[in-house]
Design a protein around this ligand. Structure first.
Ligand SMILES: [Zn+2]
Length: 67
């Protein structure tokens, strides 16, 4: 994973095992097998699962040829 699944930019940082942060749209996302979950980071630092991003995730996965 080297693209943000939400905005498609490369300015992402790894924050844990299979866990990344996008500096452009300030979301965290986790990658496990083919499953990407995107989380909005709340003001208090907690994470809120963001289901709205499902479509974009699939586009990025397809572009990268992840199997
Ligand atoms: Zn992003």
């Amino acid at each position: 994973m080297n693209h943000c699944p939400v905005c498609g930019q490369r300015s992402i940082g790894k924050v844990g095992t299979g866990q990344y942060f996008c500096w452009d749209c300030c979301v965290e996302f986790t990658v496990k097998d083919n499953d990407i979950k995107v989380f909005d980071v709340q003001a208090d630092g907690s994470l809120l699962l963001a289901d709205d991003y499902v479509l974009e995730q699939h586009v990025i996965l397809h572009q990268e040829g992840v199997t």
